[in-house]
Design a protein around this ligand. Structure first.
Ligand code: NAD
Length: 281
């Protein structure tokens, strides 16, 4: 069984990105810049943003975090995004989710120009991804994709089963695996016989948010299992996959923590660098 080490893969990716940033600095005499907008004081968001800032600096990006209190007016955020859209030193803009209730998420996502949308959430990027054009790709599914490709570079003809159809994870994951010529089944809360569907997967990606939903007898031998879930339970953080059981059956599996999570931030840095490169060409 291969334990897919997301921490190590993310560290390798950051190392490559660091070299790339240094090369870009020599070529253009400037470095890519990432600006994160953080609204409110939710503890998980504060931690994510701190990690993003630290990782961005580690690879040599220009990194900035703009903080607002929970009660900031929506218009103030939209005006700031407009300013950042026009700022040539900013390659990528990210607004940390979730937002306070009085701020319209759709409006905020669509205010960021697609060229600086490092999260890949703007409808133009979503459309480009599904049309097979160049686009920013949401960081978590991009990270999953890179991990899957490490284990199995040739995915053509494989059967992939995605559990969860969120815009953040399930849907973009589907597009990425379709592009690799997988036959993709996307399952969700209304799917009948989820176990039966999972049993057909050479690749199974679980992005649900239900602790240890996927059991050992849901997985066929020699499959690759990617666990996106992060669930707080009495026994600590667990994924959407019952790791102990599934790791006895699968060919390869990501642990939680230490699997997909570390790749997400590394892919954000990758997206920022891609946005910068596209803006220079
Ligand atoms: P979401 O709530 O937006 O979507 C969950 C999806 O699961 C939905 O499409 C729903 O139809 C499906 N679902 C719900 N119950 C189901 C069931 N019983 N059977 C089959 N499908 C079911 O969640 P999300 O934002 O995609 O996040 C999913 C999980 O991934 C969460 O645990 C979240 O914390 C985690 N996550 C991890 C990372 C990371 O970096 N590792 C990033 C984002 C989200």
């Amino acid at each position: 069984m291969i334990l897919i080490d997301g921490k190590k893969e993310a560290a390798n990716l950051r190392e490559d990105l660091k070299k790339e940033v240094s090369h870009l600095k020599t070529k253009y005499n400037k470095v890519p810049g990432l600006t994160v907008i953080l609204i409110g004081d939710l503890a998980p968001s504060q931690i994510y943003v701190r990690n993003k800032e630290r990782s961005a600096k580690e690879v040599g990006l220009k990194s900035e975090v703009i903080k607002y209190p929970d009660n900031v007016e929506e218009i103030e955020i939209l005006n700031k995004i407009d300013e950042l859209n026009k700022d040539h030193t900013v390659s990528g803009i990210l607004v940390q989710l979730p937002l306070p209730k009085h701020i319209n998420k759709k409006k905020v996502i669509e205010a960021i120009i697609p060229e600086k949308d490092v999260d890949g959430f703007h409808p133009v990027n979503v459309g480009n991804l599904s049309s097979g054009y160049e686009s920013s790709i949401p960081c978590t599914p991009l990270g999953c994709y890179l991990l899957i490709k490490k284990v199995e570079p040739n995915l053509s003809g494989k059967k992939a089963v995605i559990i969860g159809r969120s815009n953040l994870n399930g849907k973009p994951m589907t597009q990425l695996l379709l592009k690799e010529n997988c036959t993709v089944t996307i399952t969700h809360s209304k799917t009948k016989d989820l176990k039966g569907e999972c049993l057909k997967g050479d690749v199974v990606v679980a992005a649900v948010g239900i602790p240890e939903l996927v059991k050992g007898d849901w997985i066929k031998k020699d499959s690759i299992v990617i666990d996106v879930g992060i669930n707080k339970t009495e026994k600590g953080i667990v994924g959407d996959v019952a790791f102990e059981e599934v790791s006895k059956i699968a060919k390869a599996i990501t642990p939680v923590p230490g699997g997909v999570g570390p790749m997400t931030i590394a892919c954000l840095l990758k997206n920022t660098i891609e946005c910068f490169k596209r803006s220079q060409s």
